[in-house]
Design a protein around this ligand. Sequence first.
Ligand code: ATP
Length: 345
Amino acid sequence: MGSVGKLSLDGVRKSFADTVALDGVSLDIAEGEFFTLVGPSGCGKTTTLRTIAGLESPTDGRVRFDGEDVAGVPTEDRDVGIVFQSYALFPHMTVHENVAYGLNFADPPEGTSVDERVTDLLDLVDLSGMGGREPDRLSGGQQQRVALARALAPEPEILLLDEPMSALDARLRETLRRQIKRIQTELDVTTVYVTHDQEEALAISDRLAVMNDGRVEQVGTPREVYERPATEFVASFVGENNLFRGEVRGTEGTETVVSVDGTEFRVDDGDLAGGDLTFCVRPEDLTVDADTNRFDVAVDTAEFLGETTRYYADWGEQSLVFRSPDPHDTERLTLGFDPDDARVL
Ligand code: ATP
């Protein structure tokens, strides 16, 4: 059973005393891919990354680089570049010296001197001319780009990024994530990125793994994960969602009739067996005065977000969220959705 990817994890488990941090994680990451691990605090993202780096050894399971088991290979021999949450730059060294430090244990690419390599990297991360500065005279985003340049200096096969933007404010994070994505695409370096921010994960990744409680719930492209969540956890964690729990009452053509608290809805999402069924509808797919699947709600709160307004509304015991570009001043509204926009979980 070999793996085909550049980097693969096969049934990786990791326990710390009586805490199970990873409970059988399997992943297959392709060459040049920007792959993200996303999930709530404590779900095992950092432990997965540290296991790939060789900073933790798995209690069970295999990590393979290019199909080769790397068990027992120390971090410095794994050809990985790592950027952590905290910048971890040396304060008494200049930017140039910090980046050059990345070449202390590895040679620069053939035919390049250390100085040339550092200059090229500072160019790449948009910090040309800043080599003589001390890190404390740089912004947080600039410091993280120095850390990135240092990690990239020896031309690693794999780049590992652990929440590199968590200390930055929202605006700066958006800028830096575009820069990271551009640099990654330019170098075509296989990258594993850890974040708890699902929006960031959707924006930056070729594919992502949604993790929960030491396990991988779903792997897919951002669009697949958003449009076809595999589990209730993924449906709720990635983007906002409305879950409806009901019972199948029968079928009409391609549609399944589902009763939720006495209201019948039609959902069109493949062949569905009888019994209990949960489906979800995204806030942008719940629309005011829709033609189908109509029901009345009481609007609770409206948040004006600029291009759209987010409304929280009560439907019986359930709280729902929907978005609309139009202002709605009334307290009672009729919402509905297209049977095609319901996703069965
Ligand atoms: P966060 O986003 O908060 O960093 P995470 O998804 O990266 O979370 P991990 O740091 O991988 O999660 O931790 C997974 C679980 O393992 C947690 O319950 C954590 O408390 C535990 N854990 C991690 N490292 C250790 C350790 N060295 N000793 C004991 N428990 C640990």
